[in-house]
Design a protein. Structure first.
Ligand code: OGA
Ligand code: ZN
Length: 404
C-alpha cells in the first residue's frame, strides 16, 4: 500500500470507535512526532512505533488488527518524510524509504495522550472500605448480568470494592457456572472447576468442616492465586456460618499507619505456602502483602492453614510473627469486618487477592449448609469489565464507522 490518501482502510489498530478529536498541530522533531491538541494535550510518538501501528500498509493487519513487523525486520533507515493533519482531522505520516502513507485516527492518538490505553483504564479505581463505609455487601439483583447497564454497575462495584453480592438467584447446581461464564472461563484448580463447601463430605480442607475460618485468601500457594472467587449458597439451615469479609487494602493501610515497621516486614519477608495432598504439592514463597512487579494486583497471601515455613533469616521470624498477628487482629476487628448471613440464592463474588474472606463457626449437626464455589482469573474478569465499560460509553465500531 503506497501513498494513496484516498484508499479506504481502517484508521485504528483495534476494534474500538473513538471520538473524533483532531489535533491542532503535528511537529516532526528528529525521530519523534509531536501531536498536540488545542487544550494542551500532547503525544510524543517514536517513528518506529508509529510505523508499527499504521493499519493496512504493512504495520497492522486489517483483519486481526495485530502487528505484523518482526523486530528483526524493523527498517533502521526509516524516516518520517512528512507529517500533516488532513482536511478531516486524520493525522497522516508519509514514510521514507518505503513510501507508505500512514493514516491515524485522531481519537485513537488522543486516547493514548490521555492514558486511556493503560491496563487500569476503563476499570473503576479501588476504594478501600471498612464496615463504616460498607455496612452491607454491595448488592445487585439476580439478573444483573443479563443486561448492559446493571452488569456494568455490578462490575464497577467489583473493581471498586472488590466485593459484590447477587441476591435471589436460583439454587440449581449449574447456576454458578452459568453466572461465572458471563465474565470468562473458570479457573480450574485441584478443587475442580466448581467445588462444594459443606461439612458432610470427607474434609480434606478446613473449609469442609464447621470450624471458623479466619480472614484469608484462597490458594496463596500459587504464583498467581485465583483473582476472583464466587460462592453460591445453595442450602443454609444453620444459624451460624456467617460470611465475613474485610478489605485487605484498608487493613494494610491501617497497619502501615499504626506500625510502619510491621507493614514493612509483611511486604518484604517471605513465607512458603504449601497445599499438601496425596497427589498435589503446590508451593510458593512470597510475602503476606505481596506487591509483585509494578502494575501487579496487590495480593494478600493470608491463609494460615497453608502457611508452612518461614523463608527469611531466623532473626526476622519473631518480628514476622508479631506483624502477622497484628495484621490478622486488625482484619478480624468489627471495624473491618462486614458479616452477612448466607441466604439460599445468594452469590458473593470477590477479589480473592484483595478481600480477606472468612466465615463464622457453625454446628453441622444443627442444620445443613452447602455452598458451591469457583474461581476466575483477574485477566478475564478485567478484560470483560473493560469491554462492558467501553461498550456502555462508546458504541462498538461497525465496519464502516472507523473507515473514511
Ligand atoms: C473456602 C471458604 C467460606 C464459607 O471454602 O475457602 O472460605 O463461607 N469458605 O464457607
Ligand atoms: Zn476461602
Amino acid at each position: 500500500m503506497t501513498g494513496n490518501s484516498d484508499v479506504e482502510r481502517p484508521l485504528t489498530p483495534d476494534f474500538y470507535d473513538y471520538p473524533w478529536t483532531p489535533p491542532s498541530d503535528v511537529v516532526v522533531d528528529g525521530d519523534f512526532l509531536s501531536i498536540r491538541w488545542a487544550d494542551g494535550a500532547e503525544l510524543v510518538a517514536y517513528k518506529q512505533w508509529l510505523r508499527e501501528n499504521e493499519v493496512g500498509g504493512g504495520g497492522v493487519d486489517v483483519a486481526t488488527r495485530e502487528g505484523l513487523i518482526d523486530p528483526a525486520h524493523i527498517d533502521d533507515t526509516l524516516q518520517i518524510r512528512e507529517a500533516r493533519i488532513d482536511a478531516t482531522g486524520v493525522v497522516e505520516v508519509h514514510w521514507y524509504p518505503d513510501d507508505v502513507l500512514g493514516r491515524y485516527h485522531p481519537g485513537w492518538l488522543r486516547h493514548i495522550a490521555d492514558g486511556s490505553h493503560r491496563p487500569e483504564s476503563w476499570l473503576s479505581d479501588p476504594v478501600a472500605w471498612t464496615s463504616a463505609e460498607l455496612a452491607e455487601p454491595p448488592t445487585h439483583p439476580a439478573d444483573a448480568l443479563e443486561s448492559a447497564l446493571p452488569r456494568l454497575a455490578l462490575v464497577q462495584d467489583l473493581m471498586r470494592y472488590g466485593f459484590v453480592r447477587l441476591r435471589g438467584c436460583p439454587t440449581d447446581s449449574d447456576h454458578l457456572a452459568k453466572l461465572a461464564g458471563h465474565f470468562g472461563p473458570l479457573r480450574d484448580t485441584n478443587f475442580g472447576r466448581v467445588w462444594d463447601v459443606k461439612a458432610d463430605i470427607d474434609p480434606t480442607s478446613t473449609a469442609n468442616t464447621g470450624l471458623r475460618l479466619g480472614p484469608h485468601t484462597d490458594l496463596p500457594t500459587r504464583e498467581a492465586p485465583p483473582g476472583f472467587q464466587m460462592l453460591h449458597c445453595v442450602i443454609n439451615s444453620t444459624s451460624g456460618g456467617y460470611s465475613e469479609m474485610a478489605d485487605g487494602l484498608a487493613v494494610a493501610n491501617r497497619l502501615r499507619a499504626m506500625d510502619p515497621d510491621a507493614h514493612d516486614i509483611l511486604t518484604t519477608r517471605r513465607w512458603i505456602f504449601f497445599n499438601r495432598g496425596a497427589e498435589i504439592d503446590h508451593r510458593w514463597s512470597g510475602p503476606l502483602i505481596d506487591h509483585g512487579v509494578p502494575g501487579s494486583p496487590l495480593t494478600f497471601r493470608a491463609f494460615y492453614p497453608v502457611r508452612a515455613f518461614p523463608d527469611m533469616p531466623a532473626d526476622d521470624v519473631p518480628k514476622a510473627y508479631a506483624a502477622m498477628r497484628q495484621f490478622s487482629h486488625i482484619a478480624a476487628s468489627p471495624e473491618f469486618q462486614v458479616a452477612s448471613r448466607f441466604e439460599p440464592g445468594d452469590v458473593v463474588m470477590f477479589d480473592n487477592r484483595r478481600v480477606l474472606h472468612g466465615r463464622g463457626a457453625y454446628d453441622p449437626s444443627a442444620g445443613s449448609r452447602h455452598l458451591r464455589g469457583c474461581y476466575l482469573d483477574h485477566d478475564d474478569v478485567r478484560s470483560t469489565a473493560r469491554v462492558w465499560a467501553r461498550r456502555a460509553t462508546i458504541p462498538p465500531a461497525g465496519a464502516a464507522a472507523n473507515v473514511i
